[in-house]
Design a protein around this ligand. Structure first.
Ligand SMILES: [Ca+2]
Length: 292
C-alpha cells in the first residue's frame, strides 16, 4: 500500500513542473484585437463574412453583393454591362430606337422611324419625292405628257398614244398646182394665143374622170390655186385616186393636159395640213384635213 502511494506521489511530483509551466504560458489572444466582430482563436482573428485581414480590419464591400446580368462588383457597386442598369444590374435599359438613325434633309426620328419633311421620303428621308406625275410615263408617236396624262397627236390614242386611230377619210380643202405642161406634147399652145382654161378632176380609181371637180381658171399661168369645188371628201383614203388636169374647150372636147394617181393615206405621216405630189410635168400641193 505504501509503495502504491509512493508511486502516485512520485508521479504527481513529476507532473508538477509541466503543470506549472503550462499555467504560466501567455494567452496568444490576450493582446489580439479582432475588429468588426472577429473572434480570436489561438492568436488569429476569425473574421465574419465580408471582413478579412489580421485584425478583420479589411471590409470587402462586394461581399454578399449580387450583380445580375453579367455585372461585376467594384467597391460595393455593381458595374453593369451595356443594356442593364439598376443597383444590381437588374433593369434592362430601354434602348433609344432612334439611336444610330440619321434622318436627312431635316427629317426627325420618332420611335426609330424618320419623319420626313415635305418633298422627301425614304427610310432616311434621303429620297426626293417625285413631284412630276409625268416621270416614268412615255407618250409614243409624238404624244406629250401633262399632269401624268399623254396628250396624243392626231391619229393616235390610248394612255400612251400607241394606239393608231384608223383613218376614216380625207377632206381636201384646196389644191395649188405648181407645175403643169405649158404646151401639148406636139409643142402647141393649149389655146390660141393664151394659156389653158384649166380645171381639175378628181375621182377614185386610176382613170381620169372628165367631170370637172373644180372650177376653171381661164387663160391659166403660173401657180394655180383651186379653192372652188372644195371641201371634197375622199371617203376611201387608202385607195387610189386620180388627179387630172384638163383644158376646157367648148364646143370642142376638153384637152387632157396631165394627171397622176396616188393613195392619199400614203401622205398621212404626221397628218400634215398639206402635202405635195409631183412627177416630171405635174406638181400639186393638196391641203387637207384628216378625219378619223
Ligand atoms: Ca381652152
Amino acid at each position: 500500500m505504501k509503495k502504491t502511494i509512493s508511486i502516485l506521489t512520485v508521479s504527481l511530483f513529476l507532473m508538477l513542473p509541466a503543470f506549472l509551466i503550462n499555467s504560466c504560458k501567455k494567452d496568444p489572444c490576450k493582446d489580439k484585437v479582432c475588429q468588426n466582430g472577429g473572434t480570436c482563436n489561438d492568436g488569429d482573428c476569425s473574421c465574419p463574412g465580408g471582413y478579412s485581414g489580421t485584425n478583420c480590419q479589411i471590409h470587402d464591400l462586394c461581399y454578399g453583393k449580387t450583380c445580375l446580368n453579367g455585372g461585376g462588383c467594384v467597391d460595393g457597386t455593381c458595374i453593369c454591362p451595356t443594356g442593364y442598369t439598376g443597383v444590381n444590374c437588374q433593369t434592362a435599359v430601354q434602348t433609344d430606337p432612334c439611336q444610330g438613325i440619321t434622318c436627312l434633309n431635316g427629317g426627325t426620328c420618332i420611335s426609330g422611324t424618320c419623319l420626313c419633311p415635305d418633298g422627301f421620303t425614304g427610310p432616311n428621308c434621303g429620297t426626293v419625292v417625285n413631284n412630276d406625275p409625268c416621270q416614268g410615263i412615255t407618250c409614243y408617236n409624238g404624244g406629250t405628257c401633262a399632269n401624268g396624262i399623254c396628250n396624243c397627236p392626231t391619229g393616235f390614242t390610248g394612255s400612251d398614244c400607241n394606239t393608231v386611230i384608223p383613218l376614216a377619210s380625207v377632206t381636201i380643202t384646196k389644191i395649188v398646182v405648181t407645175n403643169y405642161p405649158q404646151t401639148t406634147t406636139g409643142g402647141a399652145g393649149w389655146d390660141l394665143g393664151s394659156g389653158p382654161d384649166a380645171f381639175l378632176s378628181i375621182a377614185q380609181g386610176t382613170s381620169c374622170s372628165t367631170t370637172a371637180t373644180t372650177g376653171t381658171i381661164t387663160d391659166a399661168s403660173g401657180n394655180l390655186t383651186y379653192n372652188n369645188g372644195f371641201p371634197l371628201v375622199l371617203a376611201a383614203p387608202n385607195s387610189q385616186y386620180s388627179f387630172c388636169m384638163f383644158d376646157y374647150d367648148y364646143p370642142s372636147a376638153d384637152d387632157f393636159m396631165t394627171g397622176f394617181n396616188f393613195i392619199p393615206s400614203d401622205y398621212k405621216t404626221g397628218y400634215p395640213a398639206s402635202f405635195s405630189v409631183s412627177n416630171a410635168e405635174f406638181a400639186i400641193t393638196v391641203y387637207v384635213t384628216w378625219n378619223f
